[in-house]
Design a protein. Sequence first.
Length: 368
Amino acid sequence: MKKTLLATAVIGALGASAAAQAATVYDQDGTRLDVYGRIAMGIEGGGPEFNSDNEAIDNGPEFVDVFSRLGLRMSQEVTSDLTAFGRLEWRFDGDENTTDGGFNELRQSYLGLQSKQYGTFQAGNFDSFYSQFVSLPFDVYIFADSDLEFAGHSKQSRGDSIGYYTPDLQGFTAFLQLKYYSERGLKETGPRLNTDGNVVGTSEEGSVIAPQGGVRYQQGPFTVGLGFVEDVVRGGGNGEMLGGLIGSYDVNDQFSVRLGYEGREHSDEGFGNGYDKVGLGGTYTTGPWAFTADIYDVSEDGADGDDRTAWALGSYYRVSSNFDVFLELNQRDQQSIDVTIGGGDGPVSVERADGDDIYYLTGARYHF
């Protein structure tokens, strides 16, 4: 599957994507096996100064793993038009001395069939097609998994999913994905959660299917994607529809811009606010350097909704084809919140405090 030109610009400046860096350990008679991965570590700090209970928290620097991973890609030519494929990818905490095997997440695990004429079908645990075909132009930051706007969550994917996308049709690619939340094996009567907070009983809604779909158009330097996701409560959403229209344009070989809108309906049942987001950003590359800058205008619905402006900046330097260093900054610009100071029978005083500080992440990655 093609990635947007925008994301490719950043990846190219940093060295190469995992696919390009992958080591082919077997390639014979149409069967291929690649091994790939990266070790990434850094220091992060800043971010929220107060938790959801308005309690002050430590947001000082910490040495962290930055999404290190190890993966396998497999494929076999069935016919001249049909290819069977599979993928496995694990994450691990490279900064820790672990004794439980090291891996803490099976991030990708899927198989499928790809036809140049009829398209691609896959099933298992994989990134959402909405993220791959629509919101990908904004997925240029390493800390995107840390709840950055337009990126950073599964979009009702990751496990128990099936998906299909068409071959390239004069620049157009359509996609459809279904994620199944099953209640097979749960008690049909009794409490939903036990005293330990574990799911033991069925819910009122029963098993749920979360669909998503859309279309992407890609021609020359221009890419635009339009898609929707049923943001079901079972998958961490608010039970309403989410939609986005996001595009990118390569001005030249060094500079590209991106513009997008994403919105979600408000839940009247109290499962979460709706929102409208507009984002504008760009990427500039020169030699071994790459620079990114994005600004987001976010308007949330509901009584506790928050209107804010957020931004993100990144700089990256390619030391070699396999090794790069980086620095990223992010400010969510949350509204001020009330913080009670003092004790006794009542508050001594109340002051206004910023909801967050500038988040930063700096470190290095080795790709293989």
